[in-house]
Design a binder for this molecule. Structure first.
Ligand code: NOJ
Length: 580
């Protein structure tokens, strides 16, 4: 079926923390395979695996040293094939992470590239001499002023040849030079190899960074920043659409039933439309970041309280921008984001209700929803006590840099507690035993102590749990075409407490109402007559259906989904153009 992924829900597994099959404290393929029935019960259609390739694990596997093998920590190619078959047997698809903006510095391509200036692979990466008039290694001699996304400069001096290489992420993640056609062909061949093996597509890591402005100019230094802002020179760069179209031709053309997802920090709605316009043959959908930056202040490490109106404005703009052409991913969580129930919900008294509300709001938007492991249980941020509890390179580097340049360690830690990626990376909570059923060994990062109360075993047994609410949301997408295909209309856009919108498809209309607050409120339902007699199809409280629709009282963190079906055919005809 064409565009099957519009009616699908993707589940992201971050293998290190999902399930440990061999007791070494690190999740693995055996562990994942043993938990597939859980995913089938939830009802998801696609499983996306974060990287499982050989890697020095400097950035938890996003630093790959061999694209065509499995890291022994996670298992073997045989185990991978068995996992893939088991996923397919359950009617699900498997998507791999594709990390080709950069490799590991231990990848043979880079090992060769750094060997000498004349090496045939030299031009596979971005090598530059010291800044003119300066000596390599002098402070400030880097070829330009770009900062790495993981702190420090984006350049590392390589002593062997006395030149610097570019790394937008850690120094162990050198950027590939996509200007070089040999690089592109090597990547495409590797992608075909995985597709031939039977995988169903790719989630493409920072894929809108692969085309750089080749002169690599200095970036503007914003107030308070140590480095120049390089984003204008590598986000959606000059040849990006050409590269993605070439990839499509070389890898995907003529193959059916696949899904391609571009992770794209900094992408605009207008660019996203280009990337996902089917006529342009680029990608099926993007993963954008604006809504998960809504609570950032000046920097990524400056947490601010959520302003619901801002969140609605952002998501509403994306809904409108991709309404006619293109497609978006819908997500609150992944391995790079803190847990949403702690972030936009209430992880205390109203944890269960707010987790259900967040799921409802997200899954009822237009786009393909992604569930990150544990989100379906309402897992929360972790109670990190000191910097020693963190493992993530981005968090650790930021702490070191901030403290060494004079920041108060307590304040840095406070921000990390709220925003660190490690919040997403604590082990999956399967049951209430010592290590939450994640491992029989010592977990590589501490299990959240709240697993005694929050875990899959308990939730599976409770029809009223967050898990079963997510299961119903997925089922709704599968059974109600308006969820996947309906248009989207934001309601009450200026309301500070209530998120409300309508979906419409043929003769069906859906109304979603969600009170993003621990305070009750009463709303006047816009265009209430339209919803008279509507059927309540999903809620997170028991609802007395006897009242009318004009004024609705919403309890703390209450969410409701109503449906009306017009008996006379299309609601468009009946209501919009012919209100009688
Ligand atoms: C985005 C990934 O999601 C993140 O985890 C990783 O650190 C960077 N890209 C670099 O690969």
């Amino acid at each position: 079926m064409q565009q099957w992924w519009k009616e699908s829900v993707v589940y992201q597994i971050w293998p290190r923390s999902f399930a440990d099959g061999d007791g070494d404290g690190i999740g693995d393929l055996g562990g994942i395979t043993s938990r597939l029935d859980y995913l089938a019960t939830l009802g998801v259609d696609v499983v996306w695996l974060s990287p499982i390739y050989p890697s020095p694990q400097d950035d938890a596997g996003y630093d790959i040293s061999d694209y065509q093998d499995i890291d022994p920590t996670f298992g073997s190619v045989e185990q991978f094939d068995a996992l893939l078959a088991a996923v397919h047997e359950r009617g699900m698809k498997l998507v791999m992470d594709l990390v080709v903006n950069h490799t590991s510095d231990e990848h043979p391509w880079f090992v060769e590239s750094r060997a000498s200036k004349g090496n045939p692979k030299r031009n596979w990466y971005w090598w530059r001499p010291a800044r003119e008039g300066m000596n390599a290694g002098d402070p400030g001699a880097e070829p330009n002023n770009w900062g790495s996304i993981f702190s420090g400069p984006a350049w590392e001096l390589d002593e062997t040849t006395g030149e610097y290489y570019l790394h937008l992420f850690s120094r162990k993640q050198p950027d590939l030079n996509w200007e070089n056609p040999e690089v592109r062909q090597a990547v495409y061949a590797m992608m075909r190899w995985w597709l031939d093996r039977g995988v169903d597509g790719f989630r493409m890591d920072v894929i809108n960074f692969i085309s750089k402005v080749t002169s690599l100019p200095d970036g503007h230094v914003h107030d308070g920043s140590l480095y120049g802002d390089a984003m204008p020179y590598f986000v959606d760069g000059p040849r990006i659409h050409e590269f993605i179209q070439e990839m499509h031709r070389e890898v995907f053309a003529g193959r059916e039933g696949l899904i391609t997802v571009g992770e794209m920090p900094g992408v605009t709605v207008e660019e996203a439309r280009l990337y996902t316009d089917p006529a342009r043959r680029e990608l099926d959908m993007v993963f954008q970041f604006e809504h998960v930056q809504v609570d950032h202040g000046e920097t990524r490490w400056d947490p601010r309280p959520l302003r619901l109106r801002d969140l609605k404005a952002i998501l509403g703009r994306w809904q409108a921008g991709l309404a006619k052409v293109g497609w978006n991913s819908l997500y609150w969580n992944n391995h790079d984001q803190p847990r949403v129930v702690s972030r936009f919900g209430d992880d205390g008294e109203h944890r269960v209700r707010s987790a259900k509300l967040l799921g409802t709001v997200l899954h009822l938007h237009r786009g393909t929803p992604y569930i990150y492991q544990g989100e379906e249980l309402g897992m929360t941020n972790a109670p990190f006590a000191s910097i020693d509890d963190f493992r993530d390179i981005q968090s650790l580097n930021h702490y070191a840099e901030a403290v060494s340049t004079g920041a108060d360690p307590k304040a840095v830690l406070a921000a990390l507690r709220v925003l660190s990626r490690d919040n997403a990376r604590t082990p999956m909570q399967w049951d209430d035993t010592e290590n939450a059923g994640f491992t029989t060994g010592t977990p590589w990062i501490a299990v959240n102590p709240n697993h005694k109360g929050i875990n899959a075993q308990t939730e599976l047994a409770d029809e009223d749990s967050v898990f079963h609410h997510y299961r119903r949301l997925i089922e709704l997408r599968h059974t109600e075409p308006a969820v996947a295909h309906g248009d989207f209309r934001m309601l009450l856009a200026d309301h500070e407490q209530v998120y409300a919108f309508a979906r419409r498809y043929g003769s069906t209309e859906l109304l979603v109402l969600a009170n993003f607050s621990g305070e009750p409120t009463t709303i006047e339902v816009p265009d209430a007559g339209r919803w008279q007699g509507a059927e309540l199809i999903l809620a997170n409280y028991a609802v007395d259906a006897t009242g009318g629709m004009r004024h609705l009282a919403l309890r703390p963190w209450e969410a409701r989904v109503y449906r009306v079906r017009s008996p006379l055919g299309s609601t468009k005809d009946n209501i919009v153009t012919n209100p009688s």
